[in-house]
Design a binder for this molecule. Sequence first.
Ligand code: HPA
Length: 250
Amino acid sequence: MTVVHAVIGGSGFYSLGDDFRIDRCEKPETPFGRTSAEIQLGRWGEHDIVFLPRHGEIHQIPPHAINYRANLWALQAVGVTHIFAINAVGGITPDLPPQTLALPDQIIDYTSGRAHTFFDGNRQDIEHIDFTLPYSKTLRDSIIAAGKSAGIDLVGTGTYGCTNGPRLETAAEIRKMGKDGCNMVGMTGMPEAALARELSIEYATIALVVNWCAGIEASVLDMEQIKKVLADRIDSVKSLILATLERVTR
Ligand code: HPA
């Protein structure tokens, strides 16, 4: 099988930048409706790559309204086998201050009301996928090894708690999530990771911590500060993906 890598961009990550040469764009109709944006296919440095911004080109789609099924189905339809999912998160535990890059290895799903499966009873086959380890071990290992050799610091484990949003959490909700074992909190990790598994796509999240979660620090959450961290750190995220691509395609 031909390996095709994709990047799903999250908040603050709406393009792969000037080094990305787009060869063609596709906006496939899917059985689940429209994707968040056109799917861009092209070359990034030496690598074939596919890119899709999950919030749309200008962040017009909130986390609960993203058509995750259309996005994943369409990525597979253009041949994608591996996905780097980029997710902005808040940090709960002391190892995850703002600016940190982290590779979660577990998920707790607190979302509701999202179309979260391809096996919804409307198709013939029902499958109960194994989701013990929600992220691809091979892709995670490659990213961690690439980070190490490229000198890009990252935290290699952690539990990602996915809330529904779009509001941020209360301090009590974060206290509870911390007790549940969450290290970081975001709004877009699910059902994306589970849908990727349903389609047998290798999927790993690169989380960028953009703030301390509610109540961890005395100050109120500041959107300008969050935007600044995104702007400051997005190049490191891109370098990490490129370093991984170098490693897995050489
Ligand atoms: N909570 C939920 N989602 C987020 C946060 C947060 O604090 N920061 C970035 N995405």
